[in-house]
Ligand binder design. Structure first.
Ligand code: GLN
Length: 535
């Protein structure tokens, strides 16, 4: 295609309306019509990336193959599109300012006063156009974080206003708002949408398409009213009604013709209806499960489910692959004791110990891992979850009293999990972990090999600490095997207990690469084992 087209998605009225899901759903439909699409998130905060943010602040930190620590919306983009994103798909105000300030120090603006307009806005424009310049995509969708009217998002709105002015019909604006329902009068109200569009207009942006989040169907009259007040054509007022699963949104958007309207407005051929058979098959299996299982998800941020977004989504994908609904029992690791663990995991047929950082909650996780090991409950330890399984095994089977990770106890006599040599000199916290994809070789007689069906795999990492190979022989002699090894560094990436129905710990994050159309093989195998155990 000659020129790349750009779609900017803004949000109004409240946050959390699901811009990421709307952007992903539209991208899915365009992809299903044969277009090459990518999605970018522009985040208005000053952190360079979300890697240093507490999950309570921002939910999960998602990691791309190229090792970028990013917003969790990128996880949705990948799960919907089944194609990888990169560092360029997530830009923050911090990153924009960092590169402008670096250029200023370098002398690139010599003689000039460096200002928000044009220097910051130019930098934003450069990051937006960068993805298009790769010639890999027909359409780039940029989602602007925050809500119109926020001081923080102003430079982004200004930058995309300028882009629209430069690009004309090659650019398009979609604005997502809320139509609240007043139960006392039984009415849907359009005023907040009108105000939100006014706020956009004040900044020089006229939306081309309005997507209205609503709890109840919107009447043609209401859509007409919104169209009239907001200078938008009637068919470009799209209803986005609440649905029980985010994976139904592409189908709803398809029914509302969002993709067709967007393509027409961009002057692109609409072509044949989108091919969504596999997607619909998944939806059918997900919404018509034959069985149900419950798994215990043990973590220290369980109050905020978004902290484990990719894990819970991977359980949806792998559940559907097994024709089964997976219910999650969220268990707070800080509240687990020897006395209550049995009660806490009652009714669960499998256990996941989640990733995490720092000492808080780790002793409870160790108690849980021991329970799963002894009671032959399918166990899946992810990153810190694997390290916990190793510590538990060291303490209770190898009799290494006080065995620990040096992250939790730097003075431990048995550092079974320890800092990598190249990490020891690092003091900066941002972007300095082992990040992104690394190769791993699986041993042929392992359950992991059976799950993947191959020995050479590549998985994403986000951690500083590693299995300490000085103890490897002891572990293997007593029944915990290192079955996945990094071929370049010899680091242990997967451990298993062969003498257990399904006990696997992985140093990487399989959840990041599970998608609707390609559920992660380890999650699929785990759910299969959980189903077995539930019989
Ligand atoms: N805190 C551990 C480490 O840094 C595990 C990290 C994680 O679970 N992502 O190695």
């Amino acid at each position: 295609m000659a020129t790349t087209k750009y779609i900017f998605v803004t949000g109004g009225v409240t946050s959390s309306l699901g811009k990421g899901i709307i952007a992903s759903s539209l991208a899915k439909l365009l992809q299903a019509r044969g277009y090459k699409v990518t999605i970018q998130k522009l985040d208005p905060y000053i952190n360079v990336d979300p890697g240093t943010l507490n999950p309570y602040e921002h939910g999960e930190c998602y990691v791309t193959e190229d090792g970028a620590e990013t917003d969790l919306d990128l996880g949705h983009y990948e799960r919907f599109l089944n194609s990888p994103t990169t560092q360029a798909n997530n830009v923050t105000t911090g990153r924009i300012y960092q590169s402008v300030i670096n250029k200023e120090r370098h002398g690139d603006y010599l003689g000039k006063t460096v200002q928000i307009i044009p220097h910051i806005t130019d930098e934003i424009k450069r990051y937006v156009k960068y993805l298009g310049s790769k010639k890999k995509f027909d359409i780039v969708i940029s989602e602007i974080g925050g809500t119109v009217g926020d001081i923080e998002s102003l430079p982004y709105i200004e930058a995309v206003r300028q882009l629209k002015w430069e690009m004309g019909t090659d650019a398009l604006f979609i604005h997502l708002t809320l139509v609240p329902y007043l139960s006392s009068t039984g009415e849907l109200k359009t005023k907040p949408t009108q105000h939100s569009v006014k706020a956009l207009l004040e900044n020089g942006v006229q939306p081309d398409v309005l997507v209205l989040r609503t709890e109840h169907p919107l009447s043609p009259g209401l859509k007409e009213k919104v169209a009239l007040f907001c200078n938008v054509s009637k068919e470009a007022v799209i209803e986005s009604i609440d649905v029980s699963t985010i994976y139904e949104v592409p189908i709803r958007m398809r029914n509302e013709k969002l993709d067709e309207i967007v393509l027409k407005k961009l002057g692109l051929p609409v072509g044949d209806p989108p091919e969504l058979k596999d997607w619909n098959d998944f939806l059918y299996r997900f919404t018509n499960p034959q069985k149900e299982v419950k798994i215990a998800l043990i973590g220290k941020y369980v109050e905020l489910h978004d902290a484990y977004k990719s894990i819970s989504e991977a359980l949806i994908h792998s559940g559907a692959a097994n024709d089964c609904r997976v219910k999650i029992e969220w268990i707070h690791s800080e509240r687990i004791t020897e006395e209550n663990i049995e009660r806490k995991v009652k009714g669960c047929s499998g256990m996941i110990i989640a990733p995490g950082f720092g000492y808080r909650g780790t002793e409870g996780k160790i108690v849980a891992a021991r329970y799963a090991r002894i009671n032959k409950m399918p166990f899946f330890g992810i990153c810190l979850g694997m390290q916990i399984a190793v510590i538990e095994f060291a303490r209770n089977i190898l009799d290494l009293e006080g065995a620990d990770s040096t992250e939790m106890n730097p003075e431990t006599p048995f550092p079974v999990i320890d800092l990598m040599e190249e990490q020891k000199e690092i003091t900066d916290k941002g972007g300095t972990m082992r990040l992104g994809s690394y190769d791993c070789h699986l041993k042929k007689d392992s359950k992991s090999f059976a799950a993947y069906g191959k020995s050479k795999v590549s998985e994403r990492h986000r951690h500083r600490y590693e299995f300490n190979n000085a103890f490897l022989e002891k572990f293997e002699n007593r029944g915990m095997k290192a079955v996945g090894i990094n071929p370049d560094t010899n680091l242990v990436e997967v451990v298993e207990i062969p003498d257990h129905p399904w006990f696997i710990g992985v140093q990487f994050h399989p959840e990041y690469s599970s998608t609707v159309l390609q559920p992660h093989p380890l999650f699929v195998a785990f759910i299969k084992a959980v189903l077995e155990n539930s019989k």
